[in-house]
Design a protein around this ligand. Structure first.
Ligand code: G1P
Length: 298
């Protein structure tokens, strides 16, 4: 057994067209949609950096330039803020720009699925374990999920995916696990299937968009087998990897918002806005009043 491996790279698949949020996403990437005043992608990048990730790999596509600009300096904006003595904002903007060379951008030429997007990161990642974060899954918690998973990885030195119990009628929206219950927050996975119908699902434990994978996943992905929806699925590649090495499921603590759905995205906005005293003081009375007014018969 060699020395312990640690995870330094994180892949962010951000090539999706965001069709569910059209027309909002016609000219801006869906990952740039704000939850309160911060784009979704920034929550995910901050989670990765706070967990000790040192290299960020964006798998982008056409019309995603706004993502690159977001994580770059904006000299014009900085000059204006400086002239107006907006020091707090200046510091905030400054802290969101990672050191030059930290972010690598690679393109997924065709929308062939999440597994294909991850495969596009193979040269940037190389032969080491790496993390994947799906910005659509936003988890509100004081214990950022990726940080907890990296600590588990130190122990088990095997692939780990985040899992959550979902409503059993929703299994066809997720990768679903068959697990051995270990009685802890780390579950040994026996099998997994992408988007099964409720009657075919092995459980109601769903994969949520945080993964730590060993580099052997790329061998599986290079087979480019099509799965659910005719797409190359990361879940299928993991199911095959499972024949060779263990994969664990990590039950995280925290409230997850599915920001890929309109209702989930609005819930996230509400929850994060209510966390901010300056917004909450106006928002809460408004909600109460609005609900009162929209009661049937009033
Ligand atoms: C993807 C994965 C799925 C996972 C989900 C988590 O699906 O394919 O296994 O459960 O993310 O959000 P998508 O949401 O891209 O359809």
């Amino acid at each position: 057994m060699g020395s312990k491996l640690s995870v330094k790279k994180a892949v962010f698949p951000v090539a999706g067209l965001g069709t569910r949020f059209l027309p909002a996403t016609k000219a801006i990437p869906k990952e740039m949609l704000p939850v309160v005043d911060k784009p979704l992608i920034q929550y995910a990048v901050e989670e990765a950096l706070s967990a000790g990730i040192e290299e960020i790999i964006f798998v982008t596509g056409r019309k995603k330039e706004a993502l690159e600009d977001h994580f770059d300096r904006s000299c014009e904006l900085e000059h204006t803020l400086m002239a107006r003595n907006k020091d707090t904002l200046l510091r905030e903007l400054d802290s969101l720009v990672p050191e030059s060379g930290t972010i690598i951008y690679t393109r997924q030429g065709e929308p062939l699925g999440l597994g294909h997007a991850i495969w596009c990161s193979r040269h940037a990642v190389g032969d080491e374990p790496f993390a994947i974060l799906l910005a659509d899954d936003l988890v509100k918690t004081d214990q950022p999920v990726l940080g907890k998973m990296l600590a588990k990885f130190e122990e088990v030195q095997s692939s780990i995916v985040a899992v959550e119990e979902i409503d059993p009628v929703q299994t066809d929206k997720y990768g679903i696990l068959d697990v051995e219950n270990t009685g802890t927050d780390l579950l040994r996975i026996k099998g997994m299937v992408e988007k099964p119908s409720p009657d075919q699902a092995p459980s109601n434990l769903a994969i949520i968009g945080r993964y730590i994978l060993t580099p052997e996943i790329y061998t599986q992905l290079s087979r480019k087998e099509r799965g659910a929806g005719g797409e190359i699925q990361i879940t299928d590649a993991m199911a095959r990897l499972l024949q060779e090495q263990p994969i664990y499921g990590y039950r995280f603590k925290g409230r997850r918002f599915d920001c890929g759905s309109k209702a989930g995205f609005q819930m996230a906005n509400l929850a994060y806005a209510l966390d901010r005293p300056e917004i909450k003081k106006d928002l809460l009375p408004f909600i109460a009043e609005y609900l009162q007014q929209s009661k049937p018969g009033s």
